[in-house]
Design a protein. Structure first.
Length: 134
């Protein structure tokens, strides 16, 4: 299994991190959550996580809680865009990108349609493999 490493701490594999991000979004009442497997389509990212928040506050909460969950497991967010406007927030974790939209921007950009060739991951049933810290 390929693990991402940050300093001396190993983090979860990219699939596990994507599924964890989706679950955290669901726990925070995100809607229409998808995980797209981008590995066969682009060399830039392994997975896209896409979720919809109903309000600015909810989009912020999803964004912050996803980051907290990944950080707790040793991951580091490389960048975040759109947080202030809060209609499309993108978090970059290197091989996993987490997109949180408001309903209007989600419908307008429809990135799941743009990347319709990407297989969808069943994030609800995927078993996340916990790792032991070094």
């Amino acid at each position: 299994m390929k693990l991402a490493t940050m300093g001396n701490t190993a983090t979860l594999a990219s699939l596990d991190r994507a599924c964890l991000s989706a679950r955290v979004a669901a726990e925070n009442k995100g809607r229409d959550i998808l995980v797209l497997d981008m590995r066969g389509i682009t060399p830039l990212y392994d997975f896209f996580v896409i979720a919809t928040g109903a309000s600015r506050r909810q989009i912020h909460t999803i964004t912050e809680e996803v980051d907290a969950a990944l950080r707790e497991r040793g991951d580091v967010r490389l960048a975040v865009e759109g947080y202030e406007a809060s209609n499309w927030v993108v978090q970059d974790y290197g091989d996993v990108m987490v997109h949180v939209f408001d309903p209007q921007k989600r419908e307008y950009y429809a990135i799941e349609d743009l990347w319709s060739d990407a297989p969808r991951v069943d994030w609800q049933t995927h078993e996340i493999e916990e790792i032991e810290e070094a």
